[in-house]
Design a protein around this ligand. Structure first.
Ligand SMILES: Nc1ncnc2c1ncn2[C@@H]1O[C@H](COP(=O)(O)OP(=O)(O)O)[C@@H](O)[C@H]1O
Ligand SMILES: [Mg+2]
Length: 357
């Protein structure tokens, strides 16, 4: 199905990813409607229209679906019922099953292993007894995470040794969890791909991600990796996209292991912070390609035109904006958030350089 420019794209969620999706949609000639519980959200500041309502309010979802031709979402913790309800009226891409798989860390890793994509070993945990039985098999340190709802390192705790198990389990507050073996990674990498309605897949180059306090701090594009590893990442991404019969932009977060292998950490059924650099340094940005894919347009070329470094502006990093603005070949993106709380992503900066530098 092709939704011609002039049509309307609905975006569930009002954050910065929604904002940049709306900007890309506008560039392609689409109208945008955002549904978010937040007033004056980053996305609503640039969308043509916003419906401010809780995600589960059915009248609001109905109104939203009536106004648009296709819907997408900008974060994966949108209630699945919301997407299922809205998709009775209009198409939602990526599809509800793809969203459901990535919302639950246990389902996600089980799916990945089933299609032959390696992850760190893991086990489901509900009771403290489960943790006590499973953690020693995985070895210490290990990481206990809630199955649902985590982001930017929230909902996870490192268990260094046996006697920390009780406290870690208590921190999950009874939520279904997953225990994972700790990965002694050499680098964190991600690959972003886009799959169109025809099944065609294009890949952005693999990038290297540096985290601080579990939050993405910086992305280096491209990652300095061998062609073999690049190929391996592409094979993994296409297996996942095909396994989910996916339409849109998909991100795969990976660990590079000491022996030079790749383990998938998690997938995001959406545009991703580690792909913001594509706005300035690729022929077509991740945001434009997501809109193209969900509207049934041909995909744009993902070719990288410049080497890029993307740095997040987190909390009071916003005070450094005047310094960044004075730098050559540097683009500052601000998300229009009024309050700079610690850990809050306020904007990002992309620096570009010649590719062969
Ligand atoms: N099993 C693990 N071994 C080593 N580091 C991990 C592991 N799981 C998570 N981390 C670290 O924590 C970060 C955030 O974890 P992740 O599972 O990606 O959750 P989130 O949804 O918060 O992004 C990762 O990018 C990585 O740096
Ligand atoms: Mg992550």
């Amino acid at each position: 199905m092709r939704i011609a420019p002039g049509g309307t794209v609905g975006i569930l969620g009002g954050g910065q990813l929604g904002r940049m999706l709306a900007q890309a949609a506008k560039k392609l000639g689409y109208r945008t409607v955002v549904l978010t519980p937040e007033t004056d959200s980053p996305a609503s500041q640039v969308a043509d229209e916003t419906i401010v309502a809780p995600y589960k309010r059915e009248e609001a979802l109905k109104e939203f679906a009536d106004k648009v031709d296709v819907m997408t979402y900008e974060f994966e913790n949108i209630p699945i019922q919301t997407v299922l309800f809205a998709s009775k009226d209009k198409p939602v891409q990526p599809s509800a099953p793809a969203l459901k798989t990535s919302q639950n860390r246990l389902d996600e890793k089980t799916f990945l292993n089933r299609i032959g994509v390696p992850t760190t070993p893991f086990a489901a945990v509900q009771l403290l007894d489960d943790l006590v039985a499973e953690a020693p098999l995985l070895g210490f340190p290990c990481v206990l995470k809630t199955q649902r709802g985590g982001y930017d390192g929230k909902g996870q705790v490192l268990i260094r040794e046996r006697r920390e198990m009780g406290r870690a389990h208590a921190e999950m507050m009874g939520q279904p969890s997953i225990i994972e073996a700790f990965v002694e990674f050499t680098r964190e990498l991600s690959i972003i791909c886009v799959r169109g309605a025809s099944g065609a897949i294009l890949f952005y180059p693999v990038v290297e991600n540096e985290h601080r306090n579990h939050i993405l701090f910086r992305t280096l594009a491209p990652a300095e990796i061998s062609d073999r590893l690049e190929q391996r990442a592409q094979t993994i991404a296409s297996k996942i996209a095909e396994g989910l019969d996916y339409i849109g932009v998909l991100t795969v977060e990976m660990f590079e292991t000491v022996d030079g292998g790749l383990l998938v950490n998690e997938i995001a059924p959406r545009v991703h912070n580690s792909g913001h650099w594509t706005i300035e340094a690729c022929k077509t940005s991740q945001f434009e390609n997501h809109i193209r894919a969900i509207c049934g347009l041909p995909l744009g070329q993902t070719t990288q035109t410049h080497r890029a470094v993307m740095t997040n502006l987190i909390g009071d990093d916003i005070d450094k904006v005047p310094e960044w603005e004075a730098q050559p070949q540097t683009t500052v993106h601000l998300y229009g958030k009024a309050e700079a709380r610690p850990g809050r992503k306020m904007g990002h900066v992309t620096q570009i350089f010649p590719l062969d530098d």
